[in-house]
Design a protein around this ligand. Sequence first.
Ligand code: FRU
Length: 492
Amino acid sequence: MEWTKEARYRELEDVTKEELTALEKIVNECPWRQTYHIQPITGLLNDPNGFSYYNGEYHLFYQWFPLGPVHGLKHWYHTKSKDLVHWENIGVAIKPSNQFDSHGVYSGSAIEHEGNLFLIYTGNTRNEKWERFPYQCLAVMDQNGKVTKMDKPIVNEVPKGYTDHFRDPKVWKQDGHYYAIIGAQKESGTGCVVLYRSSDLKEWIFAGEIDTGLKDFGYMWECPDYFELGGQGILLFSPQGLESKGDHFQNIYQSGYVIGSPIDLQKKQLIHGEFQELDRGFDFYAPQTMNDPQGRRILVGWMGLPEIDYPTDRNGWAHCLTLPRELLVREGKLYQKPVKELENLRGEKSEAEITVKNEFVSINGFSGEAYELFAEFSEITAQEFGIEVRVGEHEKTIIKYDSNEKKVIFDRSHSGQSVGKDFGDIRKCRLDAKTVTFQVFVDISSVEVFVNNGEEVLTGRIFPQQNSRGIQFFAVGGQTNLKAMKWNILKD
Ligand code: FRU
């Protein structure tokens, strides 16, 4: 199907039930539908939005174009959960409906206020010349889940000095005030974030640009997020336009953070160390965090990237969200651990403890297409060792450690149908450790690897054949002790 402008900007109301049913049928025939990840019923999912805890439940919205695997007219789709693991699809929460969001209800965030959940987002509009005008808008969700849009934007102009790339408000409360940061592009063509302040979430004052010291760091910073953890200030953002550098910045766009002293809201200044990538794999972008009632800082990302074709496109859908990760600060670095509740998904268990020496071994009970796998490698003399998952006759996805280079390597060059080939199919990241653990979540079309308790995370979509279900452990140029555990994750 050709995605004309008309097709991309068609309103959901104008689509017949029959059309939607036909689309759903094609989507459901896709061999790569996930089993325990949040994915769209049809169409394209991108950024997580409005991630929050409200009225006794976790709420997670996402950017959604319902009609196909392209970036068309965006809505906020609503899901909710009691445990961060079993998510209920609620439906569209915010749809484009007026002159302030006619060309898309773009990304934003949520915060509780006076018993309601305030949803703050960017309304994207375009004129006949297809010039863009962003507005920052507000919708309010009540305890019954009813969402009401405010009829006027809360920020109706872009301040002087910035372009129309001005979006993705992330709001938080501090010292009795509300603050929001917005991703922006300066007229000089570089990315940055700006700060707004409010006392009631309705009237907002532009406070100015945040001085991060990063003067020429990409051309646009999308989806910023600010929070404090372990006494430190952390600014997350997704910069576009960074050149790749060694093993770094290998994807089309990046997502990462800077960490330092808490932000000085008066001076609008953040003093911090170097920009660090959050995920060293392939498909990860525009993450958002929330603080939950247990005091945890939890992150969810888009397991996808813009401007790349994926094999599921042919079946009318694209992308999913990552599993929720708890963030922890250790020595100036964010560690990311799969949230504890994911243990609720564990089914039948297999276990093994062996020595692997210059060989590739398969172990009884270790196979499948949707599971959690934990492997600890110790007493290592091998030059290279690791795991192959989704192994078939001609397919395998490799997660390994190279002891000479001291690097973790994620290789999807033989994973099945390829994706994003132009950006390479191997990712590497440095890790200096005597014992290496891989906690791997495999779903029908994805792999998320948490290395050494979340010191590094590598995420990637893969598109193997259904019968590629093998798991192999290996060691080359020496040996390693291996302790392995695997739990099936059942479709619900
Ligand atoms: C990031 C992004 C945001 C924007 C949204 C539109 O992926 O480009 O900046 O709000 O997607 O869907």
